[in-house]
Write a protein that binds this ligand. Structure first.
Ligand SMILES: [Zn+2]
Length: 249
């Protein structure tokens, strides 16, 4: 069984109190990994576990609300321990260069992060977890993930996605679908490459997902209406998640 703790469920900006960027802690026995680490999420991570003990982090794509708190983690590992501790990170191929460029400092990321590109890799083992990665439509290199531990059902995480069909191959019947529905019950802004509640509900129904967790709701979109619309189409339990929420998968 995988225990999911929502550390951050926010989009790029929001007025919602306490909201921080995307970050999801997964625990199986004593193993812990994190999917995404967006703006402000390091604080919630450090409140939940000792960050230096993470067995891996998977970054879905290079938008700051999904990766920028790797900077906080890097500083923590580099300066709070002597010698520095290290954490493994997998993600888009440009991740390490992006972090270095942000600081105009070659080797900035490598000082305490072991970063690996996901291009061409379908599966990555992280301690007792298996991470399946698939390209989804959003940026040039955006991933959706399916995480399993042992024979149990999977957790499928959409990252950010502009075409629900690109997530379908990841979802097995009975899986928990943790999906963005950035635009709630409203039309998705052309060119933004996101989903709404109807996209997510139809995706869950078509793939037999056992449960839906909606996340990444943009500012001003109705939470209850979003859950209701997705629930009606999916035919399974649907919740809009917040930091601190926990689920057993
Ligand atoms: Zn994005």
């Amino acid at each position: 069984m995988i225990e999911l703790t929502v550390l951050g469920a926010g989009p790029a900006y929001t007025a919602r109190p306490g909201a921080v960027g995307a970050a999801y802690l997964l625990q199986h026995g004593s193993d812990a990994i994190v999917l995404d680490l967006g703006q402000g999420a390091f604080t919630n991570l450090a409140g939940a576990i000792e960050p230096s003990l993470l067995r891996g982090i998977a970054i879905s794509h290079l938008h700051p609300d999904h990766f920028i708190d790797l900077v906080s983690l890097r500083h923590y590992l580099r300066w709070d321990f002597d010698p520095s501790r290290r954490v493994r990170v997998v993600g888009p191929s440009a991740l390490e260069a992006r972090l270095d460029a942000l600081h105009d400092q070659p080797g900035f990321a490598a000082a305490s992060l072991d970063i690996e590109g996901l291009a061409g890799r379908d599966h990555v083992a992280m301690a007792s977890f298996d991470l399946e990665a698939r390209l989804v439509r959003h940026t040039d290199e955006s991933y959706g993930f399916r995480v399993t531990a042992g024979d149990g059902p999977g957790l499928v995480y959409s990252g950010d996605c502009g075409d629900a069909d690109t997530l379908r191959p990841l979802i097995h019947p009975g899986d928990t679908l943790l999906s963005e529905a950035s635009y709630g019950i409203d039309h998705v802004a052309p060119g933004s490459e996101h989903l709404n509640a109807y996209d997510v509900g139809r995706l869950a129904a078509a793939t037999g997902a056992g449960r839906v967790l909606v996340t990444h709701l943009l500012m001003g979109h109705d939470r209850d209406a979003t859950a209701s619309a997705a629930r009606e189409l999916a035919g399974v339990e649907v919740d809009v998640v917040d930091p601190g929420d926990r689920f057993s998968i």
